[in-house]
Design a protein. Structure first.
Length: 202
């Protein structure tokens, strides 16, 4: 699918290091806090790379769709049906005490929805329509999975993203307070969009 001067495709193995960097940057310290020290002696970006190689889990890199220009990954969206995120094995790389504190980010879900776990765009590539194209890609993935709802979680201090999601038709359905030391103290908003019926062929 082409958008402007970039294309969107399913991620492959070669994209994993770049996706780890974008993912860590996009979470404003949350993912780094969750993963820090999970594998002794390994830097956090390498641990994130390991997450994306875990086949059979929602975290696997094949659940990413990436925006690419001239072979460079500029951004990506990472999501899957909720039942794939809640029914699989527990991620043992995240200690239980951290998992509890991050529950508002990790646990707020809507049944029978396609849940976007992360959307990220390189800072230098913003304003080119990449984020919007990635959101449209998530809609397509939801429809391909036979789902009519798309959901996501967003921090309440990320006012630009909240405004964008509202313009796209997302509505707040619930929120939960999160207090992650040194990272975030505020509400995590859960937003849901009902997909319109696809146009009928003429």
């Amino acid at each position: 699918m082409a958008r402007h001067d970039f294309t969107i495709r399913t991620a492959d193995c070669a994209d994993i290091p770049r996706l780890a960097t974008l993912f860590l940057e996009s979470t404003d310290g949350l993912a780094a806090w969750l993963l820090k020290g999970a594998i002794p002696g390994r830097p956090t970006n390498v641990i994130a790379e390991h997450l994306f190689t875990m086949f059979g889990t929602a975290m696997v890199f094949t659940n990413w769709r990436v925006a690419v220009r001239d072979a460079e990954v500029l951004g990506g969206v990472f999501g899957s049906p909720v039942d794939q995120q809640t029914g699989g094995p527990k991620n043992l790389l995240v200690p239980e005490d951290r998992r509890v504190l991050a529950a508002p980010f990790l646990g707020q879900r809507t049944p029978d929805a396609f849940h976007i776990m992360s959307i990220c765009v390189d800072a230098a590539a913003r304003g080119a329509g990449i984020g919007l194209a990635l959101m449209e890609t998530a809609d397509t993935s939801a429809r391909e999975a036979g789902l009519g709802l798309v959901s996501l979680n967003v921090r309440d201090d990320n006012t630009g993203a909240v405004s964008l999601y509202r313009r796209l038709g997302y509505t707040e359905t619930k929120r939960a307070h999160a207090s992650v030391p040194g990272v975030f103290d505020g509400d995590v908003i859960h937003m849901v969009r009902e997909l319109p019926d696809p146009p009928r062929p003429i």
